[in-house]
Ligand binder design. Sequence first.
Ligand code: HEM
Length: 156
Amino acid sequence: MYDAVKLIHLVAAIVWIGGMTFMLIALRPAAFAMLEAQPRARLMGQVWQRFFLLVLISIVALFTTGTNLYTTAFRAVKAATGAGGVPLGWNLMLGIGIVMILIFGHIYFAGFRKFKRAVAAAEWSLAAKAAEQIHLMTVINFVLGWLAIAAVRLIR
Ligand code: HEM
């Protein structure tokens, strides 16, 4: 059971981190190289609409499976030794994961909403500003995601 839960956790992480990798390293630079501001904003709006839905699903999966893995292991250690305790890297993953979720909440419920309103009103400079905020927060989450994975693998 533990392994199946961990597999779902991994799949959700791959979807989120892989999507950010593709967006930041391939899609965004290509859109800047090929498109003017207006079609670029429309394209990114359509991309985000789809990708952010996947991220929301991934977050629900990551959080429920992650806390399940954490508490299952915590209880097993407690039953075996009388004292609870998990590796520091796991606590770092929990902390960084929560920060990533809060940042994504900001991307989705603040930045993306602002962006969609600006595009609907054809306010292109406002749309570009909101897109830049979404980009910066995505870069932060990208870095945090890799740090969380490094922490859980490397810090005992
Ligand atoms: C939100 C709260 C989170 C909690 C409570 C959590 C908890 C955990 C735990 C306990 C493990 C270790 C399982 C084990 O080694 O048996 C783990 C592994 C892992 N987590 Fe998380 N996690 C969270 C968020 C995230 C996020 C946001 C990502 C990346 C986007 C992520 C990616 C991974 C990966 C790739 C592994 C597998 C590492 C390995 O193969 O050993 N987790 N997580």
